[in-house]
Write a protein that binds this ligand. Structure first.
Ligand SMILES: [Zn+2]
Length: 263
């Protein structure tokens, strides 16, 4: 069996040995969501798994399997959950899944856990699930587990943003299926991207101009026809390398700081 940072690719005996060394255990949190006509729908789960795996490698950690469904895509950050293909969880379901996974990892011995988010809308539900898990664990007398929560794009620094978005940056909420995700997919999963499918007639109205409020039921016309919120045309594999390396480097620094890992 090959050596792997991914928990699912380890046998249980190897996992137990590694866990006994008190490593950082990562849980990527993604979504199954439309990402325009130029990318597969796995983007949020697969990219986050790769980012968490790369970070785990740097800190001697373990990367658990991703949560591959996410909270309802919002029109103002992911095109909306009304779009066919986007297959979302209720908030209470995501909270319950996170709560169970966090509790189980800690019951098995993990004391340093990182939930790495890759779908904008998930964040508060992951936070809630972790908080409830820690409450469950305290009731059982386990008080020494610490959990860190992050979204990987928050570790792309301003200098890199300036370099990669010379025409101005519209914000991570509008990045859905834009330059960051597309560049990372070109680097990490090139077979799941097709830049030739960026049809100029479909990819109009980008970056999206959306109201500063939400409407329910959804008003479908507010979502640009492609389902993307910014234009991915300037994406390159090289930008993917820069984005991955900067984000991983900065995540490693934050994780080392919080968990007191010595270099
Ligand atoms: Zn995405």
């Amino acid at each position: 069996m090959k050596k792997s940072v991914y928990m699912a690719e380890m046998d249980a005996f190897t996992y137990r040995e590694k866990l006994a060394e008190n490593p950082v255990v990562f849980v990527p949190v993604g979504a199954l969501e439309q990402h325009g006509s130029h990318m597969a729908m796995c983007v949020d789960a697969y990219l986050t798994k790769a980012m968490a795996g790369a970070t785990a490698e740097r800190v001697g950690g373990i990367c658990a399997e991703p949560i591959i469904y996410g909270y309802k895509s919002q029109q103002r950050s992911g095109g909306g959950f009304h779009l066919t293909g986007t297959t979302s969880l209720d908030g209470s379901t995501l909270i319950a899944i996170v709560r169970d996974i966090a509790r189980n990892l800690v019951e098995d011995g993990a004391r340093k856990v990182v939930f790495m988010n890759g779908h904008y809308e998930n964040y508060q539900f992951v936070f809630e699930g972790v908080d409830l898990a820690l409450r469950d664990l305290r009731a059982k007398g386990i008080e020494d587990a610490r959990v860190m929560l992050m979204s990987y794009w928050d570790f792309v620094d301003d200098k890199t943003i300036e370099e990669l978005y010379p025409e101005g940056f519209t914000g991570w909420d509008l990045e859905h299926a834009g330059v960051m995700e597309t560049s990372l997919m070109l680097l990490l999963y090139p077979d799941l991207v097709d830049m030739d499918r960026i049809d100029p007639e479909l990819y109009t109205g980008l970056p999206a101009v959306l109201p500063n409020y939400d409407m329910l039921p959804i008003v479908p016309e507010y979502t640009p026809p492609s389902g993307c919120l910014s234009h991915p045309g300037a994406s390159t594999r090289e930008k993917g390398v820069i984005l991955r390396d900067v984000a991983v480097k900065n995540m490693v620094a934050a994780i080392e700081k919080e968990f007191g890992l010595s270099k």
